[in-house]
Design a protein around this ligand. Structure first.
Ligand SMILES: *[C@@H]1O[C@H](CO)[C@@H](O)[C@H](O)[C@H]1NC(C)=O
Ligand SMILES: *[C@@H]1O[C@H](CO)[C@@H](O)[C@H](O)[C@H]1NC(C)=O
Ligand SMILES: *[C@@H]1O[C@H](CO)[C@@H](O)[C@H](O)[C@H]1NC(C)=O
Ligand SMILES: *[C@@H]1O[C@H](CO)[C@@H](O)[C@H](O)[C@H]1NC(C)=O
Ligand SMILES: *[C@@H]1O[C@H](CO)[C@@H](O)[C@H](O)[C@H]1NC(C)=O
Ligand SMILES: *[C@@H]1O[C@H](CO)[C@@H](O)[C@H](O)[C@H]1NC(C)=O
Ligand SMILES: [Cu+2]
Length: 661
């Protein structure tokens, strides 16, 4: 057993001590916790590092830092009085803020922000650093829970941030300490996992850099700057709760946003008056002749995919969802769904000047031509070199990375064509072997007929949201709508009574069956999951995200031969499974295309594979916030409680309270 003790300055005066147990340092199965009474017996103290100190260039064999963040969540407003006094610089890294003005797109509205910043504070650390985030919830009446999207949390399963699964929601007036060692590098982010709060401002970047020895691209670029993180988010001009939980008769706005923001900024043209706001756009500075790593994050909540272009610059893809891939050059447009991240190298070899960064929404957002701009600026050049202000359409999309439509893979690059670069100490996922477990799951909507919902004999208080067409719908995975249990499954087995799962669907379940849907998987199994779009809706490509893992996308396909493309049957699915088995047998799969969030093609499916070597309760869900909030989720429970670290001492509890009357 190894012991470390630490002391840190918190704000000015408070002193917080942290106690950490490691059974061995390399594979730190232990967890950090807070125990004042043990401090006096040991006297090894360690200084904590500030967010700025942690956002450093990583060095080989450098000791881990203890990076401390204090997040205050509150109700706030964008473009408020603070904006009369100060403004954030347009090219800042977003690690901290010197000004309480949240500019947004120049529209004043209520937000649920962290530290009066949108995006929230950027966390930037090196691989194997410890991260401690105190989330202080000052938003009275709001629960909170933050998920660290892309961080595997192996050994820190209690800090994954899924309410009623890995923790109780954090009540207002409470502070919850997330603390974990970051063992997988890459471009990640964090966001609220409660209701639809994410879109109201609870998200930010989480960058984990590698030291040169662990970075295969170390010689491919010159700069990887803290301010070259591009967070793209969607933005509504009202609180998300105006559009959810959805007790509106109709919802003419649907769930599409009014606008996009790039690092929290943008302009907005009022469609009725034609007048535009005049917010200074985000700016990314480069020097001619240098090569830059840019890290793009799609932190949107709604259903529009986005397309990103940088004027006159072709991009080289080097990583996706935090995983290194064999570089691919010559990409001129990148499509991303919420939850996806892409790292690119940009060679600043064009004529010195200013260039547009153009982000537009696809699918439902295309009709309303929703788009946003930022600027790539060469040093010592001026704005006058900008080409005329672009509209929604901007240049050709010649060579698209991650097109939603699998028929476009030939001209561009689809995610299943990427090849993962493994680290020397990483286990290679076998690609020829049959899986130990094959999980087939459909996703779908439950379409209420209104008398069923509102007939007084049917007072079941069914959950629904109102789709843009006016239908009242709930969201399903494998015909079950996920509902939170009353206590976190990982730490309180009182939650188990609400659990259901394959093949067990409770007979008491009325349509739509609503429960905490769990699929149990043996630790160490080789798992294949086929997830498919059972009853596709036009323009919808759902991105599925798995917590705790990165997986290999084995195959992305469309049910081209299904007799009825509006209703994919078991027979259609079995045909594809047989084809997959045949491909396994004849050695078709030659590379792992790594992702943790993957867009399922419309009328199509994804087959993904992972080795279930990280025990825990891992959420697998559609990343569109409205779909998550209405149940398009399932839990993959890997291993048993004996495979997990013990529940941290005094871990908060929650449950129903219904004593004897
Ligand atoms: C703190 O440490 C003391 C002494 O080692 C131990 O008796 C106590 O149970 C610990 N408390 C918690 C909450 O772990
Ligand atoms: C971008 O490239 C086009 C075509 O090569 C050229 O006409 C245009 O001037 C370039 N734009 C800038 C800002 O240099
Ligand atoms: C600029 O860099 C890109 C990517 O490295 C390369 O394909 C292109 O030919 C270069 N252009 C010029 C004008 O050097
Ligand atoms: C995919 O693209 C092809 C050709 O552009 C088009 O015919 C087809 O409708 C598209 N499919 C979907 C699901 O968008
Ligand atoms: C729900 O059903 C109604 C009536 O059959 C239909 O008009 C509507 O398009 C369906 N909505 C969805 C989202 O499937
Ligand atoms: C889901 O339920 C519907 C209606 O009960 C049924 O028709 C359909 O086959 C089921 N789908 C799956 C994948 O079990
Ligand atoms: Cu979805």
């Amino acid at each position: 057993m190894r012991f470390f003790y630490s002391i840190m300055p918190l704000s000015a005066s408070a002193v917080v001590l942290i106690f950490l147990i490691c059974s061995n340092v390399q594979f730190c199965k232990a967890y950090l916790f807070w125990n004042q009474s043990t401090i006096s017996t040991h006297q090894t103290f360690m200084q904590f590092s500030t967010p700025e100190e942690c956002a450093r260039e990583c060095k080989d064999n450098e000791p881990s830092k203890y990076c401390y963040y204090h997040f205050v969540l509150e109700y706030y407003t964008s473009n408020n009085r603070a904006c009369d006094y100060c403004e954030q610089p347009v090219n800042n890294s977003g690690i901290t803020s010197s000004c309480e003005c949240v500019i947004g797109d120049g529209f004043e509205k209520t937000i649920f922000s962290i530290n009066r910043m949108i995006p929230g504070p950027s966390i930037q650390v090196c691989k194997n650093d410890y991260v401690i985030i105190d989330l202080q919830n000052e938003a009275e009446g709001l629960e909170a829970s933050i998920h660290w999207h892309g961080i595997f949390q192996n050994g820190f399963q209690y800090f994954d941030g899924v309410p009623f699964l890995t923790q109780c929601p954090i009540l207002s007036s409470n502070t919850f300490r997330y603390q974990f060692m970051v063992k997988n590098s890459g471009t990640h982010f964090y966001h609220s996992h409660i209701s639809v709060h994410m879109i109201d401002g609870q998200y930010g970047s989480f960058i984990v850099r590698d030291p040169p020895q662990l970075n295969p691209f170390h010689n491919l670029y010159d700069m990887d700057l803290p301010e070259h993180v591009i967070v793209i988010s969607d933005w509504m001009h009202e609180l998300s709760l105006e559009r959810f939980p959805g007790r509106y008769k109709t919802n003419s706005k649907g769930q599409i946003p009014q606008n996009f923001l790039i690092n929290g900024r943008g302009n907005w043209k009022n469609p009725s008056s034609g007048v535009s706001t005049n917010v200074a756009l985000s700016m990314f500075m480069v020097e001619k002749g240098k090569r830059y790593r840019f890290r793009m994050i799609n932190a949107c909540s709604t259903v529009c995919l986005i397309e990103v272009k940088i004027e006159n610059h072709s991009l080289q893809i080097i990583a996706t969802d935090g995983e290194n891939v064999k570089p691919v050059q010559g990409i001129n447009a990148i499509t991303m769904a919420t939850g996806e991240r892409v790292d690119v190298i940009l060679n600043a070899n064009q004529t010195s000047g200013y260039y547009w960064i153009h982000v537009r929404g696809l699918g439902e957002c295309a009709e309303k031509e929703i788009y946003q701009l930022a600027i790539l600026a060469y040093k010592d050049s001026s704005k006058s070199s900008l080409s005329s202000y672009p509209g929604y359409f901007f240049g050709a999309s010649r060579s698209v990375f991650n097109p939603p439509n699998a028929t476009e893979c030939e001209n561009g690059l689809c995610v299943d064509q990427l090849t993962k670069i493994y680290l020397p100490d990483e286990h290679v996922t076998p690609l020829y072997q049959k899986p130990d477990e094959l999980i087939i799951m459909s996703f779908n909507f439950f379409n209420y007929s209104e008398p069923f919902l509102f007939n007084s004999k049917n007072q079941e208080y069914q959950r629904f949201f109102v789709s843009p067409t006016g239908s009242h719908i709930d969201s399903l995975v494998a015909n079950i709508s996920y509902k939170n249990p009353s206590a976190p499954l990982i730490s309180q087995n009182n939650g188990y009574q609400f659990m259901c799962g394959d093949p067990f669907v409770p007979s008491t379940c009325t349509e739509p069956c609503t429960c905490a849907h769990v699929s149990h998987i043996q630790l160490g199994a080789l798992v294949d999951v086929m997830i498919y779009d059972e009853r596709p809706l036009q323009n919808l490509n759902h991105p599925f995200h798995l917590h705790g893992y990165s997986f290999c996308v084995m195959y992305a396909g469309q049910f081209v031969n299904a007799p009825n493309k509006n209703d994919i049957t078991n027979k259609d699915v079995m045909k594809e499974i047989e084809a997959h088995m045949a491909r396994l047998q004849n050695g078709y799969y030659t590379h792992c295309s790594p992702k943790d969030t993957v867009t399922v093609p419309n009328t199509g499916f994804i087959i993904l594979r992972f080795k279930a070597d990280n025990p825990g309760w891992w959420f697998f869900h559609c990343h569109f916030t409205w779909h998550t909030a209405t149940g398009m989720n399932v839990v993959l429970h890997i291993g048993t409680s004996y495979d997990l670290p013990p529940v941290p001492p005094n871990f908060p509890k929650c449950n129903n309270w219904t004593p004897r009357i």
